[in-house]
Design a protein around this ligand. Structure first.
Ligand code: FE2
Length: 417
């Protein structure tokens, strides 16, 4: 839950729960469904129709598309497959709002989502209401066997929608950052207060640890299988790297020193003209950062945000340190040794996003959810200020390409000396 969302948007009126003849599973599914669906609308509420159409770069999607795509997910994977007699709301929407599910049929080009002015925002609101009503009705009437079959799909759909809730904020922030008037998503928004600053380290002695999700409770397939890993000896920074530390890197010429950088990283930084993290602007000699609250002075004690893997890696080298592996991060986080592990910035690790030993993607179309992305990306751990409440876990594996920096991404260091 973000302070931004909570400060601005109004909650939609919940649909009336139907009387369930099958006890608590239907009721709890409906309740969870309405809460998550309502949070999406709460986050979208401060956005005008014009805001909701813009796509500021191919990686960022319009808010209207996020609202529609998450709705299509339930229509495609729950109602379409399990609700007898359900007819799609509109014959074009599967094509427009399928993201990357090849087995679910052809789809619109990702980088051209911002060209779609019709259906409009009001049409998408009607689409959401239609699917919400159909889902509530379906779950309320489903027999026990059907409920058991669809419960995991509903759960994936809700966790999927929560991921898009975060993307909706990162994407609109990127769009607003292109606007010379620096509009605020929520003028009252402030960066989350950090628990601690300063250089302090946790020692992890050499040991064999069980990592990954052992089952029980919701988790994405990429978090398992749980397995044993050799970790340490290593020291992990208890605290996140701050803006003050990043400014020292910039002042030392870090962005110009090719020897600090991976070759691909320096090529990207040069090509893109990077001189500072994403969304940083120099105004009258002072660095300011474009945030959900508009353009704000760079707080030296706040964690640095909007850095790519390439920048994080160069910074670590400049400091004579390293980025941790995801296993080192997980072991330290399980021991509650890390400050701000969750809720501020996702933390880059130097671990490739690859399958755990024995991993197989789940059967069917939803097998495309995580497994097919397991190459060329890096794992980030923790969660960010935009991650919905209850969405992340100590085993959660986020992943992005090394040049990506429009997400709420930062870092903590590791040391092996
Ligand atoms: Fe999606």
């Amino acid at each position: 839950m973000t302070s931004s969302a909570s400060a601005t948007a109004s909650s939609p009126a919940p649909a009336t729960l139907p009387t369930s003849s099958h006890g608590s599973l239907a009721g709890s599914l409906i309740e969870a469904f309405l809460v998550v669906r309502g949070e999406t609308e709460r986050r979208a509420a401060p956005l005008s129709p014009e805001d909701q159409v813009i796509q500021s770069m191919p990686d960022a999607s319009p808010a209207k598309w996020h609202r529609a795509h998450t709705t299509w997910f339930f229509e495609q994977f729950v109602l379409g497959g399990h609700c007898r007699g359900y007819a799609p709301f509109h014959p074009d929407y599967a094509f427009l709002f399928n993201s990357y599910y090849v087995s679910a049929g052809p789809r619109h080009t990702r980088g051209e989502r911002g060209l779609i002015t019709r259906p409009g925002v009001a049409d998408i609101t009607a689409y959401r209401r239609h699917v919400d009503a159909a889902m509530v009705d379906f779950l309320g009437r489903a027999d026990a066997a059907t409920l058991q079959a669809v419960a995991p799909l509903v759960e994936v759909g809700l966790n999927h929608e929560q991921q898009h809730q975060e993307l909706m904020l990162t994407d609109i922030l990127h769009a607003f950052a292109q606007n010379p008037t620096a509009p605020a998503y929520d003028p009252a928004w402030r960066f989350p207060a950090q628990a601690a600053t300063g250089e302090t380290w946790v020692d992890l002695p050499e040991g064999i640890h069980t990592v990954g999700h052992a089952g029980g409770g919701y988790h994405f397939d990429n978090e398992g299988p749980a397995h044993r890993a050799l970790v340490g000896p290593v020291k992990l920074a208890r605290n996140l790297v701050t803006n003050a530390e990043w400014l020292a890197f910039m002042d030392a010429g870090g962005y110009e020193m090719a020897t600090l950088w991976l070759m691909d990283g320096f090529a990207t930084a040069t090509r893109e003209g990077w001189q500072a993290p994403g969304h940083w602007y120099k105004v009258e000699g002072e660095w300011r950062i474009m945030t959900l609250g508009g353009l704000q002075p760079a707080d030296p004690d706040a964690p640095v945000c909007h850095v790519s893997y390439y920048e994080a890696d160069a910074f670590a080298r400049w400091r004579g340190k390293h980025l941790p592996t995801e296993m080192e991060w997980e072991v330290a986080a399980r021991g509650h040794h890390l400050n701000d592990a969750f809720g501020t910035v996702w933390q880059w690790t130097r671990s490739a996003y690859s399958p755990y030993p024995g991993y197989r993607a789940i059967e069917g179309a939803l097998g495309e959810y995580n497994g097919k992305f397991m190459v060329n990306q890096l794992v980030l751990r923790g969660s960010s200020l935009a991650t919905p409440a209850g969405h992340s876990r100590v085993t959660y594996r986020n992943f992005f390409y090394p040049h990506h920096r429009w997400q709420f991404t930062g870092l903590r260091l590791a040391d092996y000396d």
